[in-house]
Design a protein around this ligand. Sequence first.
Ligand code: ADP
Ligand code: MG
Length: 336
Amino acid sequence: MKLDATDIRYIGNDEFRVLTATEMGSKNHEVVPTSLIAQISGLRNGGVNKTLGSLARRNLVARVQNTSYDGYRLTYGGYDYLALRTLSKRDSVLSVGNQIGVGKESDIYIVADGDGKEMVLKIHRLGRTSFRAIKSKRDYLGKRKSASWMYMSRLSAQREWAFMKVLHENGFPVPTPIDQARHVIVMEFIDAYPLRQITSVPHPGKLYSSLMDLIVRFAQAGLIHGDFNEFNILIHRVTSEPIVIDFPQMVSTSHENAEFYFNRDVECIRTFFKRRFNYESNLYPRFQKTIDSKDDGDGEGFRLDVVVAASGFKKQDLQALEEVRWWINNVTLRIV
Ligand code: ADP
Ligand code: MG
């Protein structure tokens, strides 16, 4: 999807009001009735229709003809727009450059601030491919069904932001978090190659141990990455040090399936090193030993999972997020 930075600055006041009103209305309506948009925005009906028309031409909202009433819904473009506008008002992001990644659940862009400093913008798009399929099968969103993709994408971004912050503050090698708004986060640009692209390293054993050490450090701080693979490990171009990205799915070591996730992360690295570098080692971390060994060191009080959990995520929301991710990873391909 194209993001046009010039658009951020050139939107009229009325357009912005109507767009915001559409967003607010979609908390309770899958299709927001035009009359409700008029009411929230405080514009007269005629004015609202004209403004909605121009927003629709720019693909920021989409007209939907319902069986019972006509209305509009916010598009991905409209939601992106609102997030970028917030970031630009805060002077975090001034311009949007090239797209450098399209994930299953995200779009990644290079952006810059007023000083021309390059950063990475990650837009979460949970359910881009599969929301309709998921929604028809499951009912976990309850009353909030209507705003599902927006809500889930925002939750995912907030969660990634919370983890990135707490990891960064505690000295883990992750990008510096810069800002977050709606379904978007802004972080430091890492001059690096994904491990996936690296064909040879001078000392595979050294890199292997530093990655296993990271898994151990995470776990001793109460966390499991949950997607610790060659795509989410960046190797710095200058220092060759690994930097870890992509955190929305991180889980606590107290999670009921913690050991499974922990072992899967470990296995990912072992398998990759075997295949790519023909490197195998008998040394690899075990879940229980790692958790137990914690008490010999720092003692209590260094539980980052507890810090993140305390930052206000509701239990049922997290469950919904986890289920959506599960569906995306396991079911989407068969349904589409
Ligand atoms: P997804 O959830 O879609 O997998 P990621 O956060 O893993 O998204 O990012 C996708 C890709 O974008 C990464 O594999 C990496 O190549 C690039 N990328 C992400 N964040 C950064 C960053 N901070 N600096 C440089 N490249 C990045
Ligand atoms: Mg990734």
